[in-house]
Design a protein around this ligand. Structure first.
Ligand code: MLC
Ligand code: AMP
Length: 512
């Protein structure tokens, strides 16, 4: 049987001449160029190191490090060795990391050297045997140990249905859930996008997204690797620096905030974008104003696509003109091989053009939530379709439009914020009786988190103290940009907090 290991498929797409550049850094103190041979050798060394630890099959390798080429090599090395990669956002604070590590029980944890003290404490408590460090400047124990390993490694034999990664996602209710993605899920999606977006070996991708979520880790990286295409690698998004590299590139991917910020750079214009062939946006709704302004300014029409941690990419506007127009405000067509339907609350199919819950099926759809069989069952229909929690419609031409979400979720700058989680942390603060967290329009982040807090009788609560306390406890992008202290929350006759009223009341806060 063919090896279905995702790394093996990516490796097979490396160019014949391994000594050509694969990745070039854009913002390290000195420019670093990594050849395909470097990628091959380094991932082999990391895979050999992991295998030397004699970890049981299915071991999770949890990683919270700054973005670097070595962090990408670590991801690929984990795949190569056949273990399960578990990326964690660098913004997560100790209590969040404690939850993820406690839930996933990784056999290996890799963190930044500066966090080793607290991360290793959490990891060892959860039973993790090995904690390595990896820093932006290529120092740390992971590479020190890997350095002594052989540069040859036969990718571990894996079936399409074996786990490759677990991505924690907020989902609809309760605590974060680990979406289990297989080698087959990720490879099929990468191959579909490769063909649909016309990836070529001479493409040059500007990679400026974080690599701890689907967009940067899978969509962008797999796209370039599977094409044998070069990447210009930014560890952090800097609009001016990214704009300066556009003339050398052909592909760019970003969440809408990246496009909004790039539009503020006068150097982004037809001339500097003349060599570009593909701009992709997703992870959050792209405003039609941004879509239009981008086209006017650069002459390029953004390809908006839609996906999730649980499914990787589901739909995309067409790339090839013969497949149709790229329509702003829509997320395009279901990708080849992806089934998409719209149902009402009673589970009945809705006719074309009517708004309902979006459900999907396909080789890209995950196999379930880590150790949560009940939650998994709830999110699938009896006939096996995954309920996305997104609300939308399919028009007569087949284009999908997302009009909202049935899940209580705020997407800020492309990051998901689950209001119940933030409310839970606020409610534990001294003097707080209850709270409600909503998302309101924001010109830069699309949506911004706002909290409305009710103090206990006789207590005083200061908004800036709430914000300061939250910064210690949760990732910074989840921290409300504004906190209001009110005597009571608006409720309907059933006693349910009327978040729509709060959203309405504060919708002009950021001039959005
Ligand atoms: C940073 N800040 C944010 C924020 N990012 N606030 C709200 N929402 C965000 N997304 C705040 C910080 O809290 C901090 O505030 C201040 O901005 C500066 O922090 P920073 O880290 O220096 O910010 P910056 O580098 O400017 O980051 C902005 C950003 C980043 C847009 C570049 O958020 C980003 O890379 N977003 C992309 C997320 C992404 O890749 N999503 C894909 C998910 S996959 P303070 O007050 O502390 O100073 C997915 C599936 C799919 O959804 O379909 O793709
Ligand atoms: P995550 O859980 O981080 O994977 O986020 C997935 C969610 O992001 C989806 O369920 C959608 O709500 C949202 N999303 C992704 N792409 C788009 C898009 N192009 N337009 C609107 N929402 C999107």
């Amino acid at each position: 049987m063919n090896n279905q290991n995702l790394f093996a498929a990516l490796r097979a797409a490396f160019p014949a001449d391994l000594d050509t550049p694969a990745i070039e850094t854009a913002d390290t103190p000195q420019r670093l160029v990594y050849t395909w041979r470097d990628l091959d050798h380094a991932t082999a060394m990391i895979a050999n190191l992991l295998q030397s630890l004699e970890l049981p099959a299915g071991t999770r390798v949890a990683v919270q490090t700054e973005k670097s080429v070595e962090a990408l090599m670590l991801y690929l090395g984990v795949l190569r060795a056949g273990y399960v990669y578990l990326p964690l956002n660098t913004a997560y604070q100790a209590s969040e990391i404690e939850y993820f590590i406690g839930n996933a029980e990784p056999g290996v944890v890799v963190c930044s050297g500066r966090n080793f003290g607290w991360v290793s404490k959490i990891a060892f408590k959860a039973g993790t045997q090995h904690v390595f460090t990896l820093n932006e400047d290529r120092s740390g124990t992971l590479l020190e140990r890997a350095y002594h390993q052989p540069t040859q490694h036969e990718p571990a034999q894996r079936g399409a249905d074996e786990l490759a990664a677990i991505l924690y996602t907020s989902g609809t209710t309760g605590r974060s859930k680990g979406a289990m993605l297989t080698h087959g899920n990720l490879l099929s999606n990468a191959q579909t996008l490769h063909a649909y977006w016309g990836w070529r070996a001479d493409d040059v991708l500007i990679h400026a997204l974080p690599i701890f979520h689907v967009h940067g880790l899978f969509v962008a990286s797999h796209g370039a690797l599977l094409a044998g295409a070069r990447m210009i690698w930014f560890s952090k998004f800097d609009p001016q620096a990214v704009a300066a590299r556009l003339p050398e590139a052909t592909v760019f991917m970003g969440v809408p905030t990246l496009y909004v910020r790039l539009l503020a750079e006068p150097s982004v214009n037809r001339e500097t974008c003349a060599g570009m062939r593909l701009f992709v946006a997703g992870s959050a709704p792209l405003l039609i104003e941004t879509f239009n302004e981008w086209r006017n300014r650069t002459g390029h029409t953004i390809v908006e696509r839609y996906g999730m941690s649980e499914t990787a990419m589901l739909t995309s506007n067409p790339y090839h003109a013969q497949d149709g127009d790229r329509r702003g405000g829509t997320v395009g067509f279901p990708l080849p091989g992806v089934g998409l339907r719209v149902q009402d609350d009673q589970g009945q199919p809705l006719p074309t053009g009517e708004i309902g819950g979006i459900q999907v099926k396909g080789p890209n759809v995950f196999v379930g939530y880590w150790r949560m069989p009940e939650k998994t069952k709830e999110e699938f229909t009896a006939d096996g379709w995954f309920k996305t929690g997104d609300v939308g419609l399919v028009d007569e031409r087949g284009y999908v439009t997302i009009v909202g979400r049935s899940k209580d979720l705020v997407i800020s700058g492309g990051y998901n914020v689950y209001p119940a989680e933030v409310e839970g942390v606020i409610n534990e603060l001294p003097g707080v009786s209850e709270s409600a967290v909503v998302g309101v329009p924001h010109p830069d982040f699309g949506e911004a988190v706002v909290a409305v807090v009710v103090p206990r009788a006789g207590a005083t609560v200061q908004p800036d103290e709430v914000i300061a306390a939250l910064k210690q406890r949760i990732a910074n992008f989840k921290v409300p940009k504004q906190v209001y202290v009110v005597p009571e929350l608006p409720r309907n006759t059933m006693g349910k907090v009327q978040k729509n009223l709060l959203r309405d009341q504060h919708k002009g806060l950021f001039g959005g």
